[in-house]
Every structure is written in structure tokens, then in C-alpha cells.
Design a binder for this molecule. Sequence first.
Ligand code: 5GP
Ligand code: MN
Length: 298
Amino acid sequence: MPDGDTIGSCLALYRFLVDEGHEAYIVLDDVIPFDVAGFIHEPIYSVADYDVLKVEANLVFCIDFSDLERLGEKRIPLMANLQTINLDHHKTNTYYATINVVDTHASATGEIIFDLIQLSGLPLKKEYAEPIYVAISTDTGSFKYSNTTGRTHSVISKLYETGIEVADINRTLYQNTPFHRLRLHAEAMNHLELYHHNSCALIYVSLEMLDLCHALPQDSDGLVEAIRDIRGMELVVFLKEIEPQIIKVSMRSKKTIDVSAIALGFNGGGHKHAAGFTLNMSLAEALNKVRILVGNLQ
Ligand code: 5GP
Ligand code: MN
């Protein structure tokens, strides 16, 4: 699922390109988390909708994803025979595009979009600064994670100069929890499994739990981070049943464990402290696989 960085970066770049007189389209074939939905004022096309438009594009920006597997089969109609520019900060990036701008020191892809706008010499407008703030704030856990640098803060200070309303943005992002989300988190917490003296945890959300709590798939957002934040917790593995045979695995670590290395072993990817992969099997089978994985960690 696209996150605040993906969407914020897309919006900022889109607005910049359109202001510069380019025809641009945001193509995003997934559920948009509702906390970032409030910042979108432009059309977002699914691959199917975009296909219908028969646009003769000559350039594709690939934003905030590390490898083409992330697009699945949908990349074919989108990217065939086109020049591509990969703007990303994942350390597992595979340099899949014609031009690859991969800055693993950038806290968020939003920081790279900021650089791009600065490099153009054109003014940084509030309309770009707001989604860049969303991108950086969400990918740094509100400036708490180790990807936050002095540079991140200096970028943020330049965003402030455009007059963005940070308190409003933060209210929309972080003080907007629908009640059924908490109900779902509570239900999942009831099934929490702990390993290695409570330093590793396994948690899952099944389709049945979503039904029970009248919740949406995106309502599991924030759960894995909440468990990671528990005192003494180093690793959390979260399994989310997307469909009966599609299980999305998200991992978070606090200090020492490099979860991107684990994710690569399952054809996934990500960052040192946040990474993921997909398992094509039932939830019960996936849980067993992950129980063995976590149990064997030292
Ligand atoms: P999340 O757990 O929130 O889905 O993702 C955490 C981080 O890992 C994000 O930066 C995301 O891009 C990356 N990630 C998650 N799943 C995958 C995957 O299957 N493949 C790759 N390459 N990256 C992933
Ligand atoms: Mn990102």
C-alpha cells in the first residue's frame, strides 16, 4: 500500500510539473490510506483508468519503490518502451530505471523531491511544501527514527518558510483515528505472540478480524509500530491477510536487526528498520513459516 511518503512525493512532483506546463498523471493502483487522502486534490488514476485515456507519455517517474516487482504485472502497460526515472531512498533499490536517483541517506523520497525542486531554481511553493512535509513526517515517524538527520530538519525549516500549517497537517495525519481502527488493534493484540523474552513479537490481522471489527484493510496501519514501541521490543513481524492466499508481511525493528536483509531473503525489500515481503499461501501456513523464522533468530 502506498504510504505518506509515496503519496506526498507524487503530489509534490505532480504539482511542480503541472505548474511548469507539463501534462502529468498520477497513476497509483492501490488503496490510499485515509490519513493522507485529505491532502489529495487532484485525480489519481488506476492503471486501468489510465490505460483508457490512451496518453502518449514519454517519461515515467517511479516514486518511492525499490524494485519493479512492486508493480507486478501492471508495469507492462505503464512503462513499456518509455524513459523512466527512479526517485527513491530504499537501500534495497535495484536501479531498474533509465535514470536512477537513489539517495539512501534521504529520510524520505520527499526529501529527494525537495532537492529536485531546489535544483530547478524555481520557487518552492506551499502547494509542494505541504505534501513534502507529509512525506517526510510519515517516513520518519514524526522525526523519531534514525533516518532523520540534521539535513531533514533543515529541509523542514525551508518548508515552514512557505507558510505551511504544520499543526493542521499533523492533526489530519495523527489525530484522526477512526474508532474501528482501535477495535481492530485491540482484537489483533489479543492474538499477540511473544518470543525471546518479549523482545520479538508476531501479530496478524485476518480477513475474519476485519469483518468482526467492521474495519478496512488500511485500519491495521500503525499497529506494527505500536508493538515495536513496547519497552524491550526489538523486532515485530506483522502478517496481514490481503486475500485468502496472499499474506503481506511487514517487519519493524528498533535497533540492531536489519529487517531489509530478512525481507530480501523472501524477494521483498525495504529499509534497515522497516521492510516487508509477500507470501502466497494461507494465513495459517504463513504464520507457521514466520513462527519458525522468528523462533530461530538469536
Ligand atoms: P510496510 O511494512 O509499511 O509495507 O513497508 C515498510 C517498508 O518496506 C517500505 O519502505 C516499503 O516500501 C518496503 N516494503 C514492504 N514490502 C515490500 C516488498 O514486498 N518489496 C519491497 N521491495 N519493499 C517492500
Ligand atoms: Mn519512503
